[in-house]
Design a protein around this ligand. Structure first.
Ligand code: HEC
Length: 396
């Protein structure tokens, strides 16, 4: 693929992925809200659990929820499922364009694990498949009767997966994989469980049979998981632009923290929308704030950070940038597959380096996020020198 075409594929799939994701999560938030704001009223039809009035787009909507099902199935029943499927498909396309076509830059870091692109891609695909198989197995195991314990087990497994993957992939690829694994569980829930179960219920109703209430319970467990995993997934997807998270020597701590933080915030929304008051909705935001403060503080702690290094001369610092960065960060990158300086960051002169000092420090000194995949084998001493030079104001 030419590098320009590659960039376009990246942009178009990203665009589509965000639109599909917003539609999926938007409709799922809407239904969560709808469910918890249903009100009962005297004289409602038999089988109606509650109703709700809303105003939007110049009109009024009157929604009623039938538990199990209405007496007769409407002819045109709308199913919400393509939002989820398209999110997964566009996400996988984006993963392929960036991480599979660019495996040697984005997926592999030889100083982490000496993989070939084919091995790295196979591991990536295996991660997605395993995430669904293991998760689905947990949900049908006896743990399904202990939903809280099941969630704890899931949490521990995701933490272990992060720790494990941080010894296999380049730091930048780890969080996106954990995010993609969780998103695969979520889409898998819709594709393999929620929609097929709903189809069985619809078929039973059409045939005049009483549907088994078990189907509803199974779907409820899965959609509760989806609900609690949504916010952490968003964080994991965008975090790979923030090396203080994925680039930390103990990046798994951020995954634990964010799974907890996102879950706690989601819990507040769920209870608040259900009309809960008092202590039930008082603890979530303070807890979330504490967790966020904890993660920020933790990101400051860098056991691997160099210290006590003297600032080198401008020429020596520029030699480091030229050796390790300029093959990509130039007006015309020499690195195959790059049409222009990535992120608009050019590092060919002292003035340019000075302009991007804070970002260089974040990417190449505080963390090892750059050079991408440490292709050029930048050493800790070089990082320390670069850091000291930037801290001294990047002198000529
Ligand atoms: C193999 C190519 C390659 C090399 C070598 C490389 N980079 Fe990058 N760099 C990239 C790519 C690709 C991005 C865009 C990443 C993204 O948007 O997620 C990037 C982004 C950046 C950014 C911008 C990040 C932001 O804030 O959005 C900075 C700063 C940076 N690199 C610094 C460096 C430094 C310093 C070096 C050398 C020590 C270096 N890079 C070496 C490919 C490279």
């Amino acid at each position: 693929m030419s590098s320009l075409l590659h960039e376009w594929a990246n942009l178009i799939f990203r665009w589509a992925h965000i639109i599909a994701g917003v539609s999926w999560i938007g409709s799922s938030f809407y239904f969560m809200w709808l469910d918890s704001s249903l009100k009962r009223r005297a004289g409602m039809d038999e089988g109606v659990r509650g109703e709700n009035w809303t105003v939007h787009g110049g009109g009024f909507y009157h929604t009623q929820k039938y538990m199990v099902a209405p007496e007769a199935m409407p002819d045109d029943l709308h199913w919400f499922r393509w939002e989820s499927y398209m999110t997964w498909l566009t996400g996988f396309a984006l993963l392929t364009v960036i991480y599979y076509f660019g495996a040697s830059s984005f997926l592999i870091d030889k100083s982490v694990a000496d993989l070939t692109p084919r091995q790295a891609v196979l591991i990536s695909i295996a991660c997605l498949v395993c995430s669904w198989v293991v998760y689905d197995w947990l949900c049908i195991s006896p743990l399904r009767h202990r939903p809280a314990l099941l969630f704890v087990v899931l949490y521990v497994l995701l933490t272990l997966a992060t720790y494990g993957l941080s010894h296999v992939f380049a730091p930048r690829a780890v969080f996106i994989h954990i995010g993609a694994m969780i998103a695969t569980m979520m889409s898998g829930n819709v594709f393999f469980v929620i929609i097929p179960n709903q189809r069985v219920v619809v078929a039973d109703l059409k045939a005049g049979r009483t549907p088994d209430a078990r189907y509803g319970q199974i779907a409820k467990l899965r959609s509760t998981h989806n609900n609690y995993l949504t916010l952490p997934v968003f964080f994991l997807m965008i975090s790979n632009h923030y090396p203080m998270t994925f680039g930390h020597a103990h990046s798994w701590v951020f995954v634990i923290g964010v799974l907890a933080l996102g879950g706690v915030v989601r819990n507040w929304f769920n209870l608040h929308e259900a009309g809960k008051e008092g202590v039930a909705v008082a603890w979530q935001w303070p807890t979330a704030a504490l967790l966020a403060a904890g993660l920020m503080t933790f990101s400051e702690w860098r056991p691997d950070a160099p210290s006590g290094v003297k600032a080198p001369s401008g020429a020596e610092a520029m030699a480091i940038l030229t050796t390790h960065c300029v093959s990509c960060h130039a007006a015309r990158p020499a690195q195959p597959g790059f049409a222009e300086a990535p992120g608009g960051v050019r590092l060919e002169t002292v003035a340019e380096a000075r302009r991007h000092a804070a970002r260089i420090a974040a990417q190449a000194v505080a963390t090892k996020a750059m050079p991408l995949g440490n292709k050029t084998g930048m050493t800790p001493e070089e990082r320390a020198k670069l850091g000291a030079w930037l801290a001294a104001g990047a002198p000529e």
